[in-house]
Design a protein. Structure first.
Lengths: 350, 280
């Protein structure tokens, strides 16, 4: 009997030990003070960030930066709920940063130089540091349109003039403004969005959209495999294909620009170093290098002093494209973004 | 007899001790999170049954649920139609050949389903062998990808081994003398299958259908990657609710509903055949 009591206790100890051991990775985040975890998109993005942003910061401050991927907005929310931080700093798009502020997920920037003494106009937005931008552009198979493909969103919608299959991202806040531009709304009148008109415009192209892409990799694959003729995708993904000598053309006209912002996860124990990092990441030379290597466009105008003309031609924020492109304006969206997204998802499914 | 009973009685704690690590593991990493999901479904953002009411009343969720069930049913039936002849041939084949067939079936079973999904993208694509062949025959190449057809083909392929293995189990156990005596008594080959083999294989058929159906209910990557945009699976909508809308409550309610429908199906199976036989 004694041996049984003992073995029961032993089993409990053993069981408890196993649970603690298995759970350890989740609780191990008692961290050295001088390490910062930065959420990255992996791939060339991460390599560009390490070389141009992380290493110079470590050199200046002695703070080590460890990249963490993948990027997940849900994880940012979960971190603040649970208090267990996997990353201290991440990047968000405009739509996400507004949602993050509504849900109180990011640290306030009120007392930082970004707000008090901004290095350029618009350096801070909704408690985020304006870093870089990417664009949704038109790309097409050269072989399908040897005399030139669609040059505007109206052309993209014109199935008579440019027959062939279409593909767009499954992402309402990005596609709805494009649908309005295709319907003839001028760039400065897009916002607030007329959602009903946007959906009527989308109805016209829906039958030609064989697939709505969800992953950047997938959008590239569809183009490379010749599965679709005409696609709305990110400029960086298109440039990559062109650099690989794929017979693909990129159209900069009416490129839809979206900004990305560095933010600090609210409540992180590394708040001070995190704030120092996002300030340093806007320095013109650093963001120029980062954007060159990661195929983005810098938001700090001074960055173009460190960029050649040929390199600037690959950046959606280049001064040369200023009059051709349009920007997202989520603050002036014209309704609840979530509700519009729900409507969009249901529209796709019917 | 009495000695065995005594031994089992005296050591009645021992099986539990052996099970303890597993039970603790399941409790900590399965039951607790599951309970959290259940609580979230009625408490996020506030307490109440609003998510369940919304799911039951707005047409969208019910349609997605119905779509998911139809897809799962189609895939299960396709697996049965394709799997039965294969399992029958395996059960009847000489040992060496049967073993070789088994290796082929299990090899596809062990290949990652993502790899198999991408393989179908290549096969069914515009520049894939099927499109090339159709073009070579002089027809316009059909658009095979991004349709219900492509996702059904891929899911059937991915889940087929479950069907074949459960059918093989029962078909192998059928006494070979039974079909033979039926034939010698004048039954046609089709008659033998219909009146002798099928009734004896019924538990395996139900078994395979249940396994494939339940596994298919939770699928979503394959339909998203190669299915029609109009086709939505419950699991995909749940993922979207979490990732895109941070709507943990609504997603939890849908997850509970999916869990409940799975349990209902397993319950029906249990009443008819006994759950302990599900894995053969």
């Amino acid at each position: 009997m004694a041996s049984q009591v003992f073995s029961r206790r032993a089993a409990l100890t053993l069981g408890g030990g196993i649970v603690a051991g298995l759970a350890a990775p989740y609780f191990r985040r008692v961290r050295a003070a001088e390490v910062l975890h930065v959420n990255t998109w992996g791939g060339i993005w991460e390599r560009a960030a390490i070389k141009n942003l992380f290493e110079p910061f470590t050199k200046d401050t002695g703070v080590e930066i460890r990249p963490v991927s993948p990027v997940s907005f849900a994880k940012l929310a979960q971190q603040v709920r649970s208090g267990a931080y996997e990353f201290d700093v991440t990047t968000l798009g405009a739509g996400e940063i507004i949602r993050a502020n509504q849900a109180n997920l990011v640290e306030k920037l009120d007392n930082t130089d970004l707000v008090k003494n901004p290095p350029f106009a618009g350096a801070a937005f909704q408690n985020g540091a304006s870093s870089h931008a990417f664009a949704t552009v038109i790309a097409y198979q050269k072989s399908k349109y040897p005399n030139g493909g669609p040059q505007s969103w109206a052309d993209f919608w014109d199935l008579q003039k440019f027959p062939g299959s279409r593909c767009m991202q499954r992402y309402a806040s990005r596609i709805l403004p494009i649908a309005l531009a295709a319907d003839g709304v001028p760039a400065d009148k897009l916002y607030p969005l007329d959602l009903n008109r946007a959906f009527r415009s989308l109805d016209k192209i829906k039958p030609a959209v064989r697939v709505w892409w969800t992953q950047g990799q997938q959008s590239q694959q569809l183009l490379r495999d010749g599965e679709i003729d005409c696609i709305a995708l990110w400029h960086a993904r298109t440039l990559e294909l062109i650099d690989q000598n794929q017979p693909v053309e990129i159209v900069w006209n009416q490129a839809e620009i979206e900004r990305a912002y560095w933010v600090v996860a609210r409540g992180t124990p590394n708040r001070d170093n995190a704030l120092r990092f996002i300030e340093s990441a806007l320095k013109p030379e650093r963001v120029a290098g980062f954007c060159k290597d990661s195929l983005n466009g810098p938001l700090n105008p001074a960055a173009f002093n460190f960029v050649s003309e040929a390199e600037a031609a690959r950046m959606p924020t280049a001064p040369a494209y200023k009059d051709k492109v349009f920007e997202q304006d989520i603050l002036n969206f014209g309704g609840d973004v979530n509700a519009a997204t729900q409507r969009f998802e249901r529209w796709i499914g019917t | 007899m009495s000695a065995t009973t005594a031994a089992a009685g005296g050591g009645s704690l021992r099986p539990w001790l052996l099970l303890a690590p597993l039970l603790v593991f399941l409790a900590a990493f399965f039951l607790v999170p599951l309970a959290q999901v259940a609580v979230m479904s009625v408490s996020d953002p506030e307490w109440g049954l609003e998510h369940y009411v919304a799911i039951a009343t707005d047409g969208f969720h019910l349609r997605v649920l119905l779509d998911t069930f139809i897809t799962a049913l189609t895939v299960s039936l396709c697996c049965l139609v394709l799997g039965f002849p294969l399992a029958y041939a395996m059960a009847a084949a000489p040992q060496g050949l049967a073993a070789a067939m088994m290796v082929v079936v299990t090899m596809s079973f062990w290949t990652s389903f993502l790899v198999r999904t991408y393989a179908w993208m290549v096969l069914l694509g515009n520049r894939g062998p099927i499109a090339r062949f159709v073009e070579w025959m002089g027809f316009a190449s059909p658009e095979l990808l991004f349709t219900r057809f492509s996702s059904t083909v891929a899911m059937t392929h991915i889940l087929l081994p479950y069907m074949v293995l459960s059918l093989y189990g029962v078909l192998k156990r059928i006494e070979p003398a039974l079909p033979r005596s039926a034939a010698s008594l004048g039954a046609t080959p089709a008659g033998v299958i219909r009146h002798v083999v099928l009734p004896l294989a019924a538990p395996g058929i139900a078994n395979g259908l249940t396994l494939v159906f339940v596994l298919c209910l939770g699928f979503y990557v394959t339909p998203i990657l190669i299915g029609s945009p109009r086709e939505q699976m419950v699991a995909g909508v749940i993922g979207q609710q979490v990732e895109e809308f941070l709507a943990f409550g609504e997603a939890s309610a849908m997850a509970m509903l999916l869990l409940a429908s799975t349990l209902v199906i397993l319950g029906l199976y249990h009443r008819r055949f006994g759950l302990d036989r599900l894995w053969g």
